[in-house]
Design a protein around this ligand. Sequence first.
Ligand SMILES: [Zn+2]
Ligand SMILES: [Zn+2]
Length: 387
Amino acid sequence: MSRDVQRICPACGSMDWEELVHIGTGRVMTGDQRIVPGHLHKIMCPCCGVAANARVLSAEELDHLYGDSYILNTHGREEHHFFSMGRLIPRSEVFYEWILPHLPRNFKTLLEIGCGEGNVLARFADAFPGRSFFGLEGSHQACELAKVKGLSVEQGLVSGDRSLPPVDAILALNVLEHVEFPGPFLAAIHKSLGKDGRAIFTLPVQDYPGYDLFFAEHVWHFTSRHCQAVLARHGFATVYADVTHPINHGIGIFVCEKMPSADATPYPDLVSIIRNKDIWFTRFTVTDNWLELRPGKRIALFGASEVVTLLLAFTSLGGRSLVACIDEDPSRLGNRKHGIEVVAPEWLAIGKADAVLLAINPKYHATVREKLDKYQVEIFSFVEQES
Ligand SMILES: [Zn+2]
Ligand SMILES: [Zn+2]
């Protein structure tokens, strides 16, 4: 382990780390679906199974990343929609409904850390007139957009020397996994939260076989139990936790109240993160092997979102010229995904592709394969060999 690793495991306090992932494609994927030059390097705490980025970003790098580069819910583009029960549900509505029952009764003030352009915060502000809502957000552009919505938002990141206003409720939605030093971050929240206040965190959990281990700027990868241990060590009792949201898959919610810090030894779980790494490594390898046997073939991808980004970053797909991204969502047609034109499935009828690689969530592969059956193309799924 190189000497520049200075991390302390926030769940168990260990300073030992083992190698977990090293990918040398020269490209990495970010959680906001960009592909940037870099080497993915993750390490794991051998005592409890928490995974982390090997390299710690400097304050300057963080300001640049979240101030200017980060584009998730910061640029006034339409927010992510979940498709469920025959309707499209905006991401902010999903979070609003999930959090609402857990807010402290009769709260007067609420702060959202990392509020982006304020989509979630605006829903609460609308639902609770007469109460005070504040946001803190790293992105300059997102702050401006939030202000246009009439929200009171300040630009900045939470670090050791930043004090937060005293409030009754704090939200940090998909933020904690991005925080280089959870200690000072959680201490600042603890200090600003009133005696009967609640802090509500959401973040990806490794209980679910997801792939956020491959997101370059996700510093931490916790299971639900790791997360509760982290919170307990920093003075938060988790009064409610749920990792089984029906549509927000792979994300956990942790509703916390203040308590004296406890040296909670986390339930060690070295299996979950290694399982998630292995699942996706196998899929990358299967994809690379398939591609290697098809030099010069005209390959289209099915999909135009996260799994496309993942495969372009971490397989040899990123070095191929691809003929199209096929997507069923009419609102995406004509767009470009990483420079590749997005077309409708009917495009396959004109015979410009020899093969289609399914680059979507594996749970949809069988259905899509059936739909594409009528076209004269080879169809490849990276999960077909999995039992
Ligand atoms: Zn994230
Ligand atoms: Zn640990």
